[in-house]
Design a protein around this ligand. Structure first.
Ligand code: NAP
Ligand code: MG
Length: 461
């Protein structure tokens, strides 16, 4: 059977083939996992100070090659240059942060029942960890998974998404060169390769769509393999009547539209409490002012969506919503002409929180506006999807904040701040269909990438 070939193309210039990959066959995937399995015990036994130094040296290698990686991310996934710079810088910071975690306390002691023995708990690596990652952060997402996995003494095999695979592969090969052989490898391929990888490893960390994440959860259930899955979102921002209009409008416009709305934490619903014409006008002004264009330009904030299928998906969602009575406040279902998978940033007002546009993740520069009479109703609308990744409230009333924050059913809750954005040193993750399994990043990461053993050491007599 001929092996499958993948092409990764530039979304701003689809004739530009960034890289071609040959999908590895099952024996090849198994061989890479076996190599990772052979390398892991030595890596886990490497003295902690040395392990920290090796990871830190890998960060230095990324820093030294940052300009090349930024160019590749811009070209391959159409990420605006300013955000690509931020992503690569963040990966370096993540590697340095987790390098230091190697030296954190690795357990707890307890008084023993008889007062003579030592009773303690130690963290231990899981073994070989499989990472399955999406195309939209082809450097930062592998980084925030592999850095804690390696720091905890695991070896790692990554399966990046084909649309961002050239960026992920360059990043991983720079890291791999700085690490002992076999400790970090990758396999580029489609869902079949991802499915095989997760079946062979000791723990799985996935980021991607809800459909795939749920499938992985089902596939792993009979194996009992621990996993974490961070998935899609339909993130709401609630705007209260006392909100700072300019700040709310500017922040929400950016959270919905920058990088063409292709962040899992992008704002996709704006729930406006009370008739707030000044806010709606300001939002439309801000969104209309976003210049859509070549992501390589230093002032670009909104480039193309990832591929033709993604653009079809977005324009179909806009056309369907308008066909069912939603009102177009700005933007269009007609994409700009010319090369590149561009879509105009679009805001659609609807009276129906159950409309598909207000329920499903579209992954493009598109958000809906919904209206509520009261904060309670707004919270109910905000919670009224199957997702629960990130929510925000815009208000100057501390009382409202305190009354309603805990009612929002999402993993990330923000006040007067964008739904988008991730702090790698704090726990990150969603609720409901945005998540399965424990949190990632920050100090939460090692709870997933280690297991613990409880030791009793008694005197010989
Ligand atoms: P995706 O289609 O779900 O793919 C994610 C990864 O899973 C890819 O590497 C994919 O390979 C692989 N895969 C597909 N089927 C598989 C299977 N049966 N077993 C194992 N692996 C399989 O997601 P995407 O299109 O790359 O990324 C966009 C999505 O990611 C959005 O839904 C977004 O919300 C989500 N996301 C979530 C977060 C978060 O932290 N919550 C962050 C970023 C993105 P193929 O591409 O070859 O199918
Ligand atoms: Mg995909």
């Amino acid at each position: 059977m001929p092996e499958a070939q993948f092409e990764s193309r530039s979304p701003q210039q689809p004739s530009d083939v960034v890289a071609t990959f040959t999908e590895p066959g099952p024996a090849d995937v198994a061989a890479r996992v076996a190599a990772a399995r052979r390398a892991q015990p030595t890596w886990a036994r490497t003295p902690p100070v040395e392990r920290a130094t090796v990871i830190d040296r890998a960060a230095t290698s990324i820093q030294a090659n940052a300009a090349e990686l930024v160019d590749l991310v811009v070209r391959e996934v159409g990420k605006p240059r300013v955000e690509a710079v931020g992503e690569v810088d963040r990966a370096v910071a993540i590697l340095r942060y987790f390098a230091q975690q190697v030296l954190d306390p690795d357990g707890e002691t307890y008084p023993s029942a008889d007062g003579r023995a030592m009773l303690f708990v130690r963290r231990r690596p899981r073994g070989v960890v499989g990472l399955v990652t999406p195309w939209n952060f082809p450097v930062a997402i592998p980084a925030w998974k592999l850095a804690p996995a390696l720091a905890c003494g695991n070896s790692v095999v990554v399966k990046p998404a084909p649309q961002g695979a050239a960026s992920s592969e360059r990043f991983l090969s720079l890291l791999g060169d700085a690490l002992p052989e076999g400790v970090l490898t990758s396999v580029v391929g489609g869902g079949r390769v991802g499915g095989q990888l997760v079946s062979l490893v000791d723990a799985v960390s996935f980021t991607g769509s809800t459909a795939v994440g749920r499938q992985i959860a089902v596939d792993l259930a009979p194996l009992g393999t621990p996993y974490q899955a961070e998935m899609g979102g339909q993130n709401p921002s609630i705007v209260l009547p006392d909100a700072n209009v300019d700040h709310a409008a500017a922040t929400i416009a950016g959270a919905a539209m920058y990088f063409a709305g292709q962040k899992c934490t992008a704002t996709s619903r704006v729930v406006v409490v009370g008739r707030n014409r000044p806010f709606l006008d300001a939002l439309v002004d801000r969104v209309s002012a976003i210049d859509v264009g070549d992501p390589d330009r230093s002032d670009c904030l909104c480039g193309p969506v990832i591929d033709e299928a993604a653009r079809t998906n977005v324009v179909t969602a806009i056309a369907d919503a308008v066909g069912h009575g939603a009102r177009l406040l700005c933007g269009s279902a007609t994409p700009p002409t010319g090369a590149g998978w561009y879509v105009r940033p679009t805001v659609v007002e609807t009276d129906d929180p159950a409309a598909p546009l207000a329920q499903e993740e579209v992954f493009g520069p598109l958000c809906s506006v919904l209206h509520a009479d009261t904060v309670e109703q707004a919270v109910q609308i905000a919670n009224g999807t199957r997702y629960g990744l990130s929510s925000s409230i815009f208000t100057t009333d501390l009382g409202s904040v305190l009354r309603h924050l805990d009612q929002l059913q999402s993993g990330m809750i923000r006040v007067n701040a964008a739904t988008s954005g991730v702090d790698f040193f704090a726990p990150f993750g969603g609720e409901r269909d945005s998540n399965r399994g424990p949190r990632e990043q920050g100090r939460a990461a090692r709870d997933f990438f280690t297991t613990t053993a409880t030791y009793t050491v008694a005197p010989a007599g």
